[in-house]
Design a protein around this ligand. Structure first.
Ligand code: FES
Ligand SMILES: [Fe+2]
Length: 370
């Protein structure tokens, strides 16, 4: 398909978004609803970026595998014999069966269920039984086994978070992650402990709406009046190249335990890594997997970084609080999606103070699709 931004959004609508006015406009509705736009994003954004793909703690043992969908492609995360995490296209080299369906432990080999081609955890093709005839070891003349291993996908693991770059030509991973690392200086992430993961299910909203909601503080006091205690006036946005988000330093004295009232950082790496830091000792990371223009699967992993252990009761309290907060956001994001059935608001308008981070996020999307 020959896609272009202009053909999908329309020249006039795109000009609307790009023309400076008293306040900036938001992305037009089609950016959230169009199949063509979604396909184009997969090609230009999710294949070409360092896309957040999974959690290392879910591949704790050698031989553990987790199949994931990245930009519509089947990718397999594997913990190999040397205890490193690798990524491959999750496709058998024989007749392209999707190799692994479910997370699990493969032992030392990954066997295709169709004709039993078998790969090592390094992706090498070890056995292609009877491929060349009646002898189980027979190979057709000239067939080189080394040329038929699983196709690797460039990957990097940073603390508990696995990123993949399908196109293979994104900038070095260290450069990608550096703008977020700068915000975490002084924080010791080596003692990160995973507490619990909440599966928030399939949310009927475009992936960008979830990210945009995460990086703007404007809605917090209105959408989360009882679950959070973080006044708008204590917030500010983070609008830097390579790291968009927002933050709050709570000025008041009364910090309660049953609401979210901690000094917090809500930081992202484009396109889909959402990192929440709740000082002094809690981290939450969202995984947003775009499934369709109006559908995103979301999970949240909760961690502690402090010394000492966190009780099961405290973990359950945290999970309950975050389920409530996410539900409040989810309802709003689904209504945002419903509002985008029409473009009566022509992309809407953005606050220069509280939503400049959203504008920068949207400009990034557009620049990657140009
Ligand atoms: S498709 Fe995998 S062995 Fe035939
Ligand atoms: Fe929110």
């Amino acid at each position: 398909m020959n896609l272009s931004l202009q053909s999908i959004l329309g020249a006039e609508t795109l000009a609307d978004f790009e023309t400076p006015g008293p306040v900036a406009r938001g992305l037009p509705a089609a950016a959230y609803t169009s199949e063509a736009f979604f396909t184009f994003e997969n090609e230009r954004i999710f294949q070409e970026s360092w896309t957040f793909a999974g959690f290392a703690h879910e591949l704790a043992q050698r031989g553990d595998v987790v199949p994931v969908a990245i930009a519509g492609s089947a990718v397999l995360l594997v913990r190999d014999r040397e205890n490193r995490i690798r990524a491959f296209h999750n496709v058998c080299r024989h007749r392209s069966l999707k190799l692994v369906e479910q997370p699990g432990n493969m032992g030392s080999k990954i066997r295709c269920p169709y004709h039993s081609w078998t790969y090592g955890l390094d992706g090498a093709l070890q056995i292609a039984p009877y491929f060349g005839g009646t002898d189980p070891r027979a190979m057709p003349a000239g067939f080189e086994r080394e040329q038929h291993g699983l196709v690797p996908v460039r990957s990097a693991t940073w603390h508990d978070w696995i990123f993949v770059n399908l196109s293979g030509d994104a900038p070095p991973f260290e450069d990608f992650v550096a703008p977020l690392e700068r915000h975490l200086e002084g924080l010791d992430l080596t003692g990160l402990t995973h507490l619990i993961t909440i599966d928030l299910g399939e949310i009927a909203a475009n992936w960008k709406l979830l990210l945009e909601n995460f990086i703007e503080p404007y809605h917090v006091q209105f959408v989360h009046p009882t679950t959070t205690e973080q006044p708008l006036t204590d917030h500010y946005t983070v609008n830097e190249p390579g790291c968009l988000g927002c933050a709050v330093d709570v000025s008041g004295e009364a910090k309660r335990d049953d609401t979210l009232s901690a000094d917090s950082r809500y930081l992202t790496l484009f396109p889909n890594f959402a990192f929440g830091l709740y000082l002094p000792d809690q981290i939450g990371v969202h995984q947003d997997v775009p499934l369709a223009p109006g559908l995103t699967h979301q999970r949240r992993a909760i961690y502690s970084i402090g010394p000492g252990s966190v009780s099961a009761e405290r973990t359950e309290d945290l999970a309950m609080l975050w389920r409530d907060v996410h539900l409040e956001d989810q309802i709003i994001c689904e209504r945002l999606q419903q509002g985008r059935v029409s473009d009566a608001a022509r992309g809407g308008v953005l606050s220069p103070v509280w939503e400049d981070s959203v504008r920068s996020f949207q400009e990034l999307v557009v620049s990657r699709l140009r």
